[in-house]
Design a protein around this ligand. Sequence first.
Ligand code: FAD
Length: 649
Amino acid sequence: MVATNDCDVLIVGAGPAGLMLSTWLSKLKIRTRIVDKAPTKVLVGHADGVQCRTVEVFQSFGFAQRLVDEGAHINEVVSWALDSKGDLQRTGRIPDNEPGTSRFPHAVLSQGRIERFLLDAMKDFNELTVQRSTAPVSMSVDQNLVADFSPNSYPISVTLRRLTEEESVPTQLGAVPNGLHRSNLLADDESDAAKGTKEAGAFDNAGEEETIRTKFLVGCDGARSWVRKQMGLSLEGDAAGAVWGVLDAIVSETSFPDIRLKCTVQSKVGSILIVPRERDYVRFYIQIGSTKPGERFDRSSVTPESIIETAKKIMAPYTLECSDFEWWTVYEVGQRLCKTFSHDERVFIAGDACHTHSPKAGQGMNTSMMDTYNLGWKLAHVLQGKATPDLLKTYSEERYKVAKELIDLDYKLSRMFSAKPKEEGGDGDGVSLAEFKAFFKSLSRWASGTAVHYLPNMLVAPERQPALAPGLPTGMRFESHLVVALADARPWHLGDRLVSDGRWRIILFAGDVREQEQKEKLEQIAAYLDTPDGPIRRYTPPDDDLDSVIEVLTIISNPRISVEPNAFPAILWPARKPYGSRAYDKLYADDSSPVTPNVRGKIYKNLGIDPKTGCIAVVRPDQTVSLVCALDEHKQIGDFFAQFMIAQA
Ligand code: FAD
């Protein structure tokens, strides 16, 4: 039977990339469908590292604390290598992230739990759930409708089919059981596992087809992406891959002192990466081989026992005994990249569908989620008639750059891991300890996700010279610091005011408003923002709250109690509908609060902003800094938004 349904966005694939997108779109109340060929989410294993920047994004959706509480925290990276006598020695310790990188830790938790948090959030936001055991079988794009963004235009048709158990359940790796202990699952994942079975009726509708009309299609369907193939694209690059044995185990006995720290161990036998995990588990990554293009690795030779035997040899003379294997895999990857992530700005791909690389830098899941965090609000802006479709072009441009940097870095990292250790100053291809350590240090900021830097485009203005806020480069994420609310003296991390709700922020660093000159500049900006042609009134639908599209936050540099909130122009703390209460949560000072008198965020100092003269920062809905200008250059804000926003009046 063929039924027809319309939606605004159809997402194929409910891994980290697809679920981040569906979470974003449900938060923004976009009509979304998401399907996945597997009968359940990931339950154990797969990716595990959640970088600081990803935790910041989770915080902006309201569920970072679940990750922080459940996950193991990576604070230090320790390197071990052979000394000149051939003995394994601890050769260095570095902080996992440079102090001050983020207020959140680098946390480690099973991909299945991350998927749980996203699934819960999208259900809470808009009752959205994943349609499982379902895959697309055909699609067509009506070229006559591609440029038509009127409400009833649906250029894409996709036929979905409900799969049989054989088609839906991934095949077990080799003949050896993978050690998946269902009893280890947390209660909320247990019910997922139970629902995805034949007994629970997961395949009762196998063979049924449904044709969906959609405005946008996003392929988040992993490295073998069906959507990418329909776009006529492929992953390009080194098809030859490193082959990794990955094992999550409980270490019951070891004389190795750093088993609860992230460690690299390099010996003559090979290299190993040790990652402490939640619930006392430890993850071991060992490169067990490599393949040439077209070659397949014989996976049947690898078992959890063989992985741990190799680990023992690398870590000798330290002892290592494991009592439980929770999950293991042989993970075969090349560094590959798709040349574009979009087709006609109607069909997009994200995550592993566009880039694959080794798991060593712990970036796969993070980069995948950040792809769709970049895309989600842009799709919503176009669908809600706030912005022209042109802004969708920035998705592929911005995320391709990040993926390319990741692939280049992974290539270097692979070389570091695979090369034989080399004596300091020695000849040959090896890698010396100093090189290894220096590289890991340089990796740290990048790997935290906070170094992502988008180049100037219509959503990122070129950096003003000289920079007025060196700590807020355009194209990078807004760095959060503590401030205090003028009205109720509550301390806030400013980042917590930049929630992911689709709004832009104009952040007025007003300087010292006790000074007449600064006060006048602030009044001039307020007057500009209040005019019908100013960006706020121009882009806000007439019946909506004045802060519903662009929110203005003001941070003064003078002490909280040296100025009254009522002294600020009304547009900076507008009345809220329907009762007309004033928005007191828009005004802040760079000051301590009475409850934390000795803690001051020093936001002006940390961002390099002159506390006398201040500046303006325009921040995107994904917390990327778009524009920094002087207070008296405020007309630049209007020019910036005019490039892509649609007037609502
Ligand atoms: P995926 O997580 O691959 O999700 C894609 C989703 O799309 C899946 O749910 C899949 O069922 C679904 N799908 C695929 N095709 C279709 C279709 N035609 N129709 C409908 N649905 C479809 N990274 C690490 O950092 N460390 C690791 O140890 C590690 N181990 C891994 C082990 C395995 C076996 C795999 C597959 C990946 C591993 N990764 C690891 C990589 C990491 O999991 C990915 O980088 C990350 O999950 C990418 O997220 P994604 O959403 O783009 O793709």
